[in-house]
Structures are given as structure tokens and as C-alpha cells.
Design a protein around this ligand. Sequence first.
Ligand code: CTP
Length: 447
Amino acid sequence: MVKVITYGTYDLLHRGHIRLLERAKALGDYLIVGVTADDFDKTRGKINVQQSLMERVEAVKATGIADEVIIEEYEGQKIDDIRRYGVDIFTVGSDWVGKFDYLREYCEVIYLPRTEGISSSELRQSRRAVSLGLVGDADFLNKIEQESRFVNGIHVAGICTRSLKSLSAEIQGLDFVTENYEELLERVDAVYIRSQPEEHYKQVKLALERGKHVLCEAPTALSESQCRELQALAAEKKLVLMDAIKTAYATAYARMLLLLKGGKIGQIVSVDATCTSLRDASAQEPAEAGRHWDGVYEWGTTALLPVLQLLGPDYRSKNCAVRWLDAEKQHDSFLKADFVYPHAVASIKAGTGVKSEGELVISGTRGYVYVPAPWWKTDYFEIRYEDPNQNRRYFYQLDGEGIRYELVAFAKAVETGRQSYAVDPTCSAAICRFMEDFCAGRDLIEI
Ligand code: CTP
């Protein structure tokens, strides 16, 4: 029996794919199709795959041409697969000529002529891009604009900021730059909000009322009830309202959550997350009145994420110790919060005025997860057991700190009309509740 193998992304399955599969099958008796798990098209430097891995696998299966469908998860897997399955022929389209000659050591390599006039990229481009307006802190928005270039389906059209001076040359060159939020809303389909947290509720609400989709740095509001009100408004208007917490969209982080929910370390008993970064002393001077992106906002939301996603929003009690930077207690430099759940505990440390090891440890009844610093840019984690032979390491490439994945998730949510559940509404509301308590001084001790 002649075994043939071929690989591809098979996004938005089209006749070019089907013709390739038919001809691959005809080369032998048994066809194995490897569907790439990656959603990052390295050759073009774009994250642009529209369909999820499962959707793509299902589409290939539905053609009925493949005898077996496998998932290609890591680099170097092709050699492993060829040996493991006893493959005789490796084949791909002619767009890859030469690229896989190194496999000739293991099997025959055949490049089949590509079907002219159709490709996944063209199909994706024919879909209209979401025109996005950026709102708020210019320094951060420069980064978003940069990252958006790696994402198909999003076009940054304009920006609304009060700090025009800090804008990069690229942003200055956008279609329009304004200080007037309403003007921005008139000209875009969606907004990315990174303003001071007390402005979020008002800005998100106005955007939703005007029929615009919203991606907002968490917290979306400074009270749970306001957050729920915004969620209800988004649902009523069939608009996407998504929390921007970049870690939530990193592949490694999402896979880790799935493994833990599948019971890999038994029952989860403790979650301990630390996120800190030292700001330079001059930047710590509370120059303007009112709160700013200090420790609690800058890092509190990210540190809370694994706690709320793994243990849920219903803790029995919470204590939070805070170190203030100013007499007015407007600027926090460090906080440590401890949570007690019915069957578990959690703690977070967050700050911009104290430095610590930025790791995440999740302890369970059978083992624990260790994510080394900086865990919020998760690309790697380990599951460790009493018997070190059982330990497992997991690595998933993370490009651009996760921001581009967040933008991809947003573009997909807007396009499909389905909310992204990377940060679900309950988690989002629980983050707002934490902020509400913090601002009201509830469960707060000063150190
Ligand atoms: N293929 C083909 N003819 C086409 C498109 C793809 O023969 N018109 C082949 C590719 O050469 C590859 C397989 O189908 O062997 C899977 O291709 P994939 O990269 O998933 O699809 P593309 O349409 O090429 O996607 P993109 O536009 O993102 O490159």
C-alpha cells in the first residue's frame, strides 16, 4: 500500500484545496492530511486564518478524500509523521517548490501544480476589514497600531487622544487624528479604548449607543452594575464588547486553562499570580489629579485573570493590602490580595512601584503548573508532579505579546457576530467588582 501525506492550513476550504487533495490521493492508496494548528502565516507575517482548527479539520474531513486527518502542532513534526506512519510520498502544491526537499531523505517528495486563480488569502481579503478607531493613551496606542499591521481584517482608521505629541509618525499618518471622541465614533465601525479607567464606562456606553463594537482595556467599568449594564446594551444591540487583557488571548495561556479544566493537576487548591513592573521614579510622581494607570489597573486585571478563570467569581472572602504612593491615596504602588474560596485559595501581587518575580503557580491535588516570569506573556509552562519523570513542558509561540491575537479575536467576533469567550462576561464583571471594592476602600488595609 502506498501512503501519501500532505499538509496545509485549509482555511475557508476552496476548490484549489480540493483539487490538491484529489491529486494527492491519486498518487497512492492511502491519504493522510495534516492540518496546521498554527494560525500565524509566517511567510506573509500575518495572522489571518479565519477558521478555528476544528472548523478546518471538519472541512477537510467533509471532503471525504482523506483517509486520515491529523493535526500538525510543532515544527519538525513532518519527519516524525513520515516515520511513524510509514509514509512513501510527501506532496504539497507548487508554491512550496524546494522548501521540502530535505524530506527526500525519508520519502519521495512531489510538488503538484497549484490551481490558478484561487487562494485562502484572496478569499480572506475579499471580506471587508473592520475600521477601528483608537481612543486614549497615545503611547500604548502606538503599539496597537503597530500590532494591527499583523492582523488581517482590521484597519486602524483614526485616533482620538489628548496626547497628540506622543503619537508615532505612523499614527500621525492615519486617516484622521482628533481630540473629539464623537467625531471618531462617526467614522469607524469599532473602537479600541485605552483611556483612564474612570472614562471607560462613559466611552463604552456612547460607542455602543452609536452602534460601534468595543474592545476596551479591562476594567470596562468601575462597578459591577455598570459593567452588567454595558454587557446588556451590547447584547441588545448585537455588538461585540470585549475585554482587552492580552494574556487571555495567548495560545499557551488558553491551552493551559483547558488542560487544567481537564483535571491535569487534579483539583485546583491554590492560584498565585504576580505581575509587577517598575516605573521610573519621575513617572511615578502623581503629576495630575485623579487616578491613573497605577498598579491596580495596570497589573491587577491581568493578575486576577487566572484566579477568576480557574476558581470563578464567588470567593467567600477577600483581603487586600495596599501601599500608596501619595497622601491623597490616589496612586497605589503595590497591592497584595488574598481570596478564600470554599475549597481553594488564591493570591495576587500587582504593582508598578515594587518589583517581584512575575510567576504564576497553580497548585492542585495531583501536581502543579509553573509559568515562569513574565507569565503574562505566556509562551511556555510546565506541569510538574511528585515524580519528575511525569513532568511535561508546553511551548507555544507568542508573537507581539499577545496583542495581535487579541485583535484577531476581536476581528473574528465582529465578523461572525459571536462574542469571544476568552474573557467571559462573568469574569469581566468580577474584575469590575474588584475595582469597585478597591476604589471604595472595601476589604482594604494600608501598609
Ligand atoms: N493549493 C493549491 N492550489 C491553490 C491553493 C492551495 O494547490 N489555489 C494547495 C497548496 O499548495 C497546499 C494546499 O493546497 O499544498 C493547502 O494550501 P493552504 O496554504 O492551506 O491554502 P492557500 O489557499 O494556499 O492559502 P494562502 O492563500 O493563505 O496561502
